[in-house]
Design a protein around this ligand. Sequence first.
Ligand SMILES: NC(=O)C1=CN([C@@H]2O[C@H](COP(=O)(O)OP(=O)(O)OC[C@H]3O[C@@H](n4cnc5c(N)ncnc54)[C@H](O)[C@@H]3O)[C@@H](O)[C@H]2O)[C@@H](O)CC1
Ligand SMILES: [K+]
Length: 479
Amino acid sequence: MLTAYTADQIRTAEQALMARLPEGTLMQRAAAGLAARCAGLLGRVYGSRVVLLAGSGDNGGDALYAGVRLARRGARVEAVLAGSRVHEAGLAALKLAGGRIAGPEAVDRADLVVDGLVGIGASGALREPYATLAGRVNRGPGLVVAVDVPSGVDASTGRVAGAAVRAHLTVTMGACKTGLLVDPGAGHTGRLELVDIGLGAFLPDPDVAALTGGDVTDLLPMPDAESDKYRRGVVGIAAGSQEYTGAAVLAVGGALRAGAGMVRYVGTAEPVAQVRAHWPEAVITQLDRPSLDGVGRVQAWVLGPGLGTGDFAHELAGKVLASDVPVLVDADALTLVSRDAALLRRSAPVLITPHAGELARLTRVPRERVEAGRLEHARRAAAELGVTVLLKGATTLVAEEERPVRVNRTGSSWLATAGTGDVLAGVAGVLLAQGLSCYDAGSCAAYLHGLAGGLAADGAPLVTADVAAAIPAAIRSLS
Ligand SMILES: NC(=O)C1=CN([C@@H]2O[C@H](COP(=O)(O)OP(=O)(O)OC[C@H]3O[C@@H](n4cnc5c(N)ncnc54)[C@H](O)[C@@H]3O)[C@@H](O)[C@H]2O)[C@@H](O)CC1
Ligand SMILES: [K+]
């Protein structure tokens, strides 16, 4: 599990650790780790041009001391002093090691830029001249290494309120920061490396966490000699309509590929014909009225992909949500519950799987505000609606009250294509039917779906059916 923390949590832990150590120890540990990562990125340190952007706080101090180590190994190190103050001891050490002070134009000729403008001490959008410098770095030719956090990214939330450095590599000190895992901050972070400065024992419960492949392996229910189709999970899927048949095919496909013991599909004539043609394995009930009579037992429902939003869909959604098993509410069903909040009043668990626009509609907040503050809005929706929220995006979030938000780090930008959400719903639905909580089912499904997307795309466009087809390969690759 990769765990991450807010700036306040990190600061408290650092103070506790710092009180036990001689002054300056932590900064030297940070600088040593940072310099080693910079050297690794450069390949050849001797003769390389390294530009340090030094802000007025300790983030600048880290950069200056890393510069000292690189200068000692023969790099030509220049420091751009961006703040009204500078870490004096760090600057003196740099000068002693042969480093020089330079103007902002040094950025334009750098092999490597070390962004030490601001770290966890930042507040609000970058002020000048930092904002202009950040833009210059992003346009410049050099590799960019962010110290602790890319400057301009809020370490605690991932918000980006103005200009922000886009790093190739972020070297973060002591523990990962929430803002490095959550968009839009995550998109500025590049590769992420952690320098151990001895903070571990002082850290509280994490703010957010990302599953690793090992975590997913531990959580996924695997079949054994005792397994039969009921133990492997029977998932009901209420999806598709005369207009949208593909969503039903994809959701059923996602569920079958994720290892459902049985998929019971319910829908009207058109989608039924399509599902039957694609998936002879599915057990199908054709509906001519919105009723679940005679459908048989399921352990969880997936409700909504392509379902439509008319009276028939509304009534069917009411029947599904009146059941006593977990329900995953997706797509058109999110529109239905945003119109009729009473649908969500039930005692069995609910996992909703909106993208930012759907969450905006559900919580009556402008979409731009959800996009800018994904973590906050996912958390708030979970608390206000009393459900588990899987907020889709480049980094998908799974929020549930009183738990660290799970951030998904697998995926591929090729996954941003129509229908991939239907597959995700099918996968998560099976995991719910197999007995995982909404929190675990949502985060494991997001992980597998992202992994499958990466395998299916392999650097080129994909069609959604490929993602479902790659789910078994994704599960196989975990072990
Ligand atoms: N405290 C510790 O024990 C350690 C701290 N370390 C480093 O120290 C950093 C934190 O240092 P500081 O607390 O000094 O804070 P920072 O260096 O992150 O930033 C504070 C400075 O930035 C200015 N500033 C804040 N917001 C700004 C904005 N929006 N635009 C422009 N300037 C702004 C402030 O006026 C202040 O001078 C960490 O991110 C990490 O890099 C590491 O050396 C590890 C140990
Ligand atoms: K920084």
